[in-house]
Design a protein around this ligand. Sequence first.
Ligand SMILES: Cc1cc2nc3c(=O)[nH]c(=O)nc-3n(C[C@H](O)[C@H](O)[C@H](O)COP(=O)(O)O)c2cc1C
Length: 206
Amino acid sequence: MSKTSDIYEVMQTQRAIRRWTDQPVDRDVIERIIQAACWAPSGSNSQPWGFLVVTDDGIRERLAEAIRNWFTAGLADRPDPSQLPDPTQRRMLTGAFNLFDNFAAAPVWIIPCLVRPESPAADGLIAGSSIYPSIQNLMLAARAEGLGTVLTTPQEGIMDDLRAELSIPDNARPVAIIPMGHPDANFGPVTRKPLETFLHWNGWSG
Ligand SMILES: Cc1cc2nc3c(=O)[nH]c(=O)nc-3n(C[C@H](O)[C@H](O)[C@H](O)COP(=O)(O)O)c2cc1C
């Protein structure tokens, strides 16, 4: 799948990828991607992060089962994707549900953790704002390498399993699980509302 180092092309085509081939990802490529994550800015340059990379089949299968159980337990409260009128939403949610059912299909998982000196890990928007730029760097670097990712958030539902399986200390808080691999789907362009929807010059009404 196409690599590109054109930053605008990377951003415009960094679509959520939820299907991967079995091809393993080289360790040096993973290290380059994590290095890109670590170049991100953070409050006071605190760099409050750790990136767990999980490639081990046994670990991924055990945690994938935990995700499946958590997902299945909450299924009754979730919308049925096939009933959604908007085809983009329908496709997105169907893909998201399939992924929660078979998370081990991704050969690599990256679990970014917010690391705080206090214990337990501090919460909130300001704390979070010091790790999400690194996650964006990571996903853009993966796209540049021709690898597909999607930011997912099942971590809260399987927190005890994650901590036990990966020996995560109390002061580190997983904030996402990012499956990654060689895509079995096409990159972008992404679907977004027009720029005028979001851009305001010199005041909200401008
Ligand atoms: C904070 C956040 C949480 C997300 N959580 C999930 C998730 O749990 N499962 C999933 O499949 N996709 C998840 N996504 C991916 C979004 O669904 C996806 O980025 C969005 O639908 C836009 O699609 P696109 O990136 O292909 O343009 C998440 C994205 C963000 C930014």
